[in-house]
Design a protein around this ligand. Structure first.
Ligand code: SF4
Length: 240
């Protein structure tokens, strides 16, 4: 039986596709290690800066074994443009070395046939890897029907009334409990676009929102604002 939550997710997905279209995806799934490192770089910055940092890092270290052997400071230097250089370089360097130590090589291919929850548990067991990063690997590198929850997804699904949670990790659990099949990528990606362009943190532009009629947010705005410029570049769909 389809629950109200599942139906609401499907309705939201349809309305967002009508507004923004079906989001483009990488033609070829990226390597899970590449994707995980790109996700670390994407934290607290925009996709343009994190893409530049990722490209620079890959150029310096075409092979992640080299990055694992390098000094953490060298990684920090390459990724400066993405901000939080110390934290991000520590997370990347530590992840690469933990993986190398436990599996003797830097590859996540051993996870490819595992179940979603097992992969989440395994990835979050690495020090410095959280639920958001692990769920991005599931969706973008392993093509699983899992919806990661970043700040935009957390804000919008709570405003719309799909979930009622205070933290992104709790939102992730409630949102992904029986998530409707096949739509996680378009739902996730278009919600990020909605959050960037219309349902902004401080002042949502509700009159311009395709979800106006079904959204349950009690503080909907009534004054029409200028529509923001399209902002649809997604780092994680451009990792290669
Ligand atoms: S109606 Fe307003 S609060 Fe609701 S999703 Fe749209 S912009 Fe956000």
């Amino acid at each position: 039986m389809i629950s109200n939550k599942q139906q609401l997710i499907k309705d939201v997905n349809k309305l967002l596709i009508k507004k923004f279209g079906i989001p483009k995806r990488n033609e070829k799934l990226p390597d899970p290690v590449d994707l995980l490192i790109a996700t670390i770089l994407s934290q607290n910055t925009n996709d343009k800066n994190s893409y530049q940092a990722y490209t620079k890092l890959k150029k310096k270290f075409p092979d992640w074994e080299m990055a694992a052997r390098a000094k953490r400071e060298t990684i920090e230097k390459e990724i400066k443009i993405a901000g939080l250089g110390f934290q991000k370089s520590t997370a990347i360097h530590s992840f690469l070395n933990q993986l190398k130590k436990s599996k003797s090589k830097i590859s996540l291919d051993y996870l490819i046939n595992s179940e979603d929850q097992k992969i989440l548990n395994e990835l979050t067991s690495f020090k410095g890897i959280g639920v958001k990063t692990a769920s991005c690997v599931l969706l973008f590198a392993l093509d699983r029907n899992v919806c990661p929850v970043d700040t935009h997804v957390h804000r919008t699904v709570n405003r719309i009334g799909i979930v009622d949670q205070k933290t992104p990790d709790k939102t992730f659990i409630e949102l992904n409990d029986k998530f409707p099949p096949k739509i996680a990528h378009s739902f996730h990606t278009n919600l990020i676009r909605l959050g960037r362009e219309i349902c902004k943190p401080k002042r949502p532009n509700c009159p311009a929102c395709p979800l106006l009629k079904i959204c349950e947010f009690p503080e909907k705005t009534t004054e029409t604002l200028d529509e923001a410029k399209p902002n649809n570049f997604m780092l994680l769909d451009n990792v290669s």
